[in-house]
Design a protein around this ligand. Structure first.
Ligand code: SAM
Length: 272
């Protein structure tokens, strides 16, 4: 899978992409990440990439021309690679229609919320283009006529789209087959099945007097699986009951939740 990231600050990506799973995925040849400096596509002598907003007000707005030029260059390279016979006018027309099945994603606090299911959806593509905004954001014509999707990583405002782009890359890369050592590792992750994951313990069996739950030391795999499922249900009920409405629940899960929630009400009373 290939990621093309358009940014004014390519140097920000050096650390996060040069360690751990994203680094390994690149070394395995499973992932390719290309960073494109938007400033390199500004044609004036000062390489201007932002300007004051029409209508006044504070802050600066990212200009459309360098962003369009950078994205068109990358899409053009994709179309022409291995097809030298394709006439360049035809390539230019296709690129301008941005109808190549490659998501062109603007990171913006106004986009759809990035969730595990959005990460799964994005992981099914061969290539993603990610545009990082800065300042007050990008000229609206980028949103209207270039991008095909807009993603927010949460209801807060960051200084730029670089950290959101890193979040998207990391969440998508770990879902790609072959990237994690254990192929089943992501199956029980929080949000993978609509539930939060069960708690984990490792050695020592007793730490400062706090013991690991007995069942985990029992070697009884069926009992361990049942305990983990119940813990995941209970944890989701306690912390994120909003998730339960869309979780994939069995009749046994529902019965456990009913029993657990009526116990909690008796134990702690319900809020007015
Ligand atoms: N003025 C914009 C607004 O109110 O919608 C916010 C601009 S923000 C300071 C600068 C850039 O950071 C945005 O263009 C976007 O690329 C990125 N950004 C900030 N918060 C984000 C979030 N929650 N999710 C994704 N991108 C975000």
């Amino acid at each position: 899978m290939r990621f093309d990231i358009f940014t004014l600050f390519p140097e920000m990506f050096a650390g996060p992409f040069a360690s751990s799973i994203v680094k390994r995925a690149q070394e395995m040849g499973r992932v390719e990440i290309a960073l494109h400096d938007i400033r390199a596509y500004a044609t004036d002598k000062h390489h201007t990439t932002d300007d004051t907003p029409y209508g006044g007000g504070g802050g600066m707005v990212m200009k459309p021309e360098p962003i369009f030029a950078a994205v068109e260059r990358v899409l053009g390279e994709r179309l022409s690679s291995g097809k030298s016979a394709t006439p360049s006018a035809e390539i230019a027309d296709t690129v301008r229609s941005y109808d190549m099945g490659v998501p062109i994603i603007l990171l913006t606090p106004q986009g759809r919320l990035f969730t595990q299911s959005v990460a799964c959806e994005l992981a099914s593509h061969e290539q993603l283009l990610l545009i990082c905004g800065r300042y007050e954001g990008v000229d609206e014509r980028v949103r209207e006529h270039l991008v095909t999707d807009e993603i927010s990583i949460g209801d807060y405002v960051l200084s730029g789209g670089e950290i959101p782009a890193m979040v998207v890359v990391d969440a998508v890369v770990r879902l790609l087959p072959g990237v994690l050592g254990d192929p089943a590792a992501t199956h029980n992750d929080s949000h993978a099945t609509g539930l939060l994951e069960y708690p984990h313990y490792t050695r020592p069996p007793v730490f400062r007097g706090w013991a690991v739950p007995e069942v985990l030391l029992s070697g009884n795999h069926a009992e361990i699986a049942r305990w983990r499922r119940e813990q995941a249900l209970r944890r989701t009920l306690d912390r994120r009951p909003d998730l339960l409405g869309s979780a994939d629940l069995t009749p046994a899960d529902r019965a456990y939740l009913e029993k657990t929630s009526s116990l909690s009400e008796k134990d702690f009373g319900s809020c007015p």
